[in-house]
Design a protein around this ligand. Sequence first.
Ligand SMILES: [Ca+2]
Ligand SMILES: [Ca+2]
Length: 336
Amino acid sequence: MIRSTLLLLGASALVATVAACGDTAAPAKPQQAAAPRECPAIGDVPVKLAGGTFAMGEDDVYAEEGPVRETRVAGFWIDPHEVTNRQFAAFVKATGYVTVAEKPVDPKQFQGPADRIPPDMLKPGSAVFTPPDFPSNRYTDWWKYVPGASWKKPYGPRGADAAANEPVVHLAWDDMLAYARWAGGRLPTEAEWEYAASAGERSRNVQPAEANSWQGAFPNYNAESDGFKGIAPVGCYKPNANGLYDMVGNVWEVTSDYFRPGHDPDDRDNPKGPGAGQAYDPFSPDVPSRTVKGGSYLCAPNYCQRYRPASRQGRDPGLGTSNVGFRLVYDRAPTA
Ligand SMILES: [Ca+2]
Ligand SMILES: [Ca+2]
């Protein structure tokens, strides 16, 4: 598992080499989630979706999302909400599983001499959104590798514990696979995810009342007019027409497809994305990134208009971040 590349993130996936990460000794200023408003309790029972066709992709926003083409997807079941800390904790309790972010980092995962690796980069940890107090478009101004950050401590060791009904974050690809095996599901293909998120409508940016995104000038001014500064508990916004919550916004969701910019126009029948050898992420060219969907609480009008079903980016499989989660799909009716 390669971990020397960081990050996808709010909007940019970029290579964070040892040099780019620089000195991590300065204390980070982890962002705390705003006090949650009242959100209705929703169940965990997966939703059955019949197969069908839909117009996958968008042609007129970001180049990586096209071309639009009619795509067929077979039926499946899908989680009604992002996998929560409560659900992931049950998996950890049952199995003793330790996530990648909770383990020391192998120096071999970095390019360059071991004695040039900042010691903090070898400690267990993860990438935490840490907003600057000045305008910026450099991802290194807001992504910090925080030792001690993990799914249990999403804002770092000095931050709050993971909230039970918030989506689990800071997981690597292998962590999600392990959870999926335990839960009897699998990561959705990009086509399955987008079909479920679109729910019969054309892809469009949602309004602040519809999903947890970012209002104001990212990264230094968050107007919070949608009610949440950071991650929201699942189910605080109205579900889509399929009965699915937070498909768009809150946290990006990992799919099983490898990422490369643009869709194969001829791959329309239950597409599963390119092979590992064809994976290409311009921001992390050295690793076979997976595709993430739907944007997050960090997507803002001035920076990342990706609070849409068709939005997509690559995501380093080896490193967790504080704005990426997942949900599962199932090929047969899940047992209670
Ligand atoms: Ca928000
Ligand atoms: Ca989401």
